[in-house]
Design a binder for this molecule. Sequence first.
Ligand SMILES: [Zn+2]
Length: 87
Amino acid sequence: MKQLKGSIKRRIWRQDKFRCQLRISPDCIPKLNIENATVDHKVALVNKGKNDIDNLQTACRPCNQLKAIKDQEEKIIRKYKLAMKIR
Ligand SMILES: [Zn+2]
């Protein structure tokens, strides 16, 4: 995965007011700070998402980790569907 520039991360966090935009984990930390905030790709890079500003959002680590699992699942489903069409 390509590393995002610190300046881009800070821009996303400011834009989202340091609040987790995912809110999917029971361990979600809704109000974040510069120490624990992460940046999530709305459409994951593994699912052909871009490093564009409008594809990025603020997330806490527990939610980001949970979404990473979901993104992997989507990737597998996408590949499965593709394989089914070929047959
Ligand atoms: Zn969260």
